[in-house]
Design a protein around this ligand. Structure first.
Ligand code: UT7
Length: 312
């Protein structure tokens, strides 16, 4: 069996910054309320999903030192594709110069972790190198007259190259994972064709903490480690209070979390790889570290993965 290890990571953000002060001028809200209730100070908006995915994917390939032509599969997690048909991964693979299978995954904000787990499956069955991208442009579907959602959502992309390593299954790369979906909760967060995002914020919050904690516990158990063994949590950046509550219930101190929500907001499937990119840039990841990825999203979906960091 082969382990899939992350060998390169890259991120992309649109240029336009939407600050809390900007939102104050657009609706009845305040910087103080937004910071206290969400942890967000500013967010990036105005991107195109495929373009952000191409930029992030290109950076991840460069960081891994991998030629696009050597990638054996592209998995793009997005809930905001450029078009209904074809899949956005088709445009991304063309722009990056790939000649391999490519498909989209829509598991909302949990999408990148779904794609990471899928990548491990492909690596185990013989694909050498998989490019896993999370890219979303939620600002296109945000109602800027609704202060309950407009303060949260943003655009961005994050990507990682996953490569196979012989004989390291169970000791390197993905050690445990958990994917889930409760379709009975679809009415609390959705966007119809041609419409804008509708959300019951308080209910999403309540369920988010529960599913992140339960899913993380299942992944840790499968990995044969405990919350105490976790060196770094890379959570979906939806609300700082959700991250704090989940960490508290798992018994993991906040210092062990990668948090960048203050400057990026919630860009759905992009937030986890972007928080991973930030952690790498800050020198927070070392060979042998136990990393817990965990997220939730519309569906309601959730996904967690426990990874032993390192390449050999
Ligand atoms: O990727 C998944 C995406 N979604 C999420 O993760 C969302 C999860 N939920 C949340 O993040 C939070 O529920 C929100 C940030 C959306 C809302 O925060 P909250 O602490 O749950 O506020 P609330 O909805 O309970 O509202 C409390 C008060 C209300 O006023 P009253 O009725 O107490 O007078 C709201 O009208 O805050 C008011 N309010 C605001 N005030 C200023 C709601 N939004 C705002 C706002 N600015 N932007």
């Amino acid at each position: 069996m082969r382990a899939g290890v992350i060998t390169g990571v890259g991120g992309a953000l649109p240029e336009q910054t939407l600050t809390n002060a900007d939102l104050e001028s657009m609706m009845d809200t305040s910087d103080q309320w937004i910071v206290e209730r969400t942890g967000i100070r500013e967010r990036r908006v105005g991107g195109v999903t495929s373009a952000l995915a191409v930029e992030a994917g290109g950076k991840a390939l460069a960081a891994a030192g991998v030629d696009p032509a050597d990638i054996g599969l592209l998995i793009l997690a997005t809930t905001t594709p450029d078009r209904t048909v074809p899949a956005t991964s088709a445009s991304v693979s063309e722009e990056l110069g790939m000649r391999c299978g490519a498909f989209d995954v829509n598991a909302a904000c949990a999408g990148w972790v779904y794609a990471l787990v899928a990548a491990q499956g492909f690596v185990a069955t013989g694909v050498d190198k998989v490019l896993v991208i999370g890219a979303d442009t939620l600002s296109r579907f945000t109602d800027y007259t609704d202060r309950g959602t407009a303060i949260l959502f943003s655009d961005g992309a994050g990507a990682s190259v996953v490569e196979g390593r012989e004989g390291r299954e169970g000791s390197l790369g993905l050690l445990g994972w958990d994917l889930g979906c409760d379709g009975s909760a679809e009415s609390i967060l959705y966007c119809d064709y041609g419409g804008l995002i509708k959300m019951e914020g308080r209910e999403v919050f309540r369920r988010a903490v529960r599913v992140m904690v339960d899913s993380s516990k299942r992944s840790l158990e499968m990995a044969g480690v405990t919350a105490h063994d976790v060196d770094l949590v890379i959570p979906h950046q939806a609300n700082i209070r959700i991250i704090e509550s989940a960490n508290q219930r798992l018994g993991i101190p906040m210092e062990k979390s990668s948090v960048i929500i203050d400057r990026i907001g919630n860009s759905s499937s992009a937030t986890i790889p972007l928080a991973l990119e930030a952690a790498i840039a800050q020198g927070r990841l070392h060979d042998g570290d136990v990393v817990l990825f965990t997220g939730f999203g519309a569906g309601m979906t959730w996904a967690s993965a426990v990874v032993r960091w390192g390449q050999t």
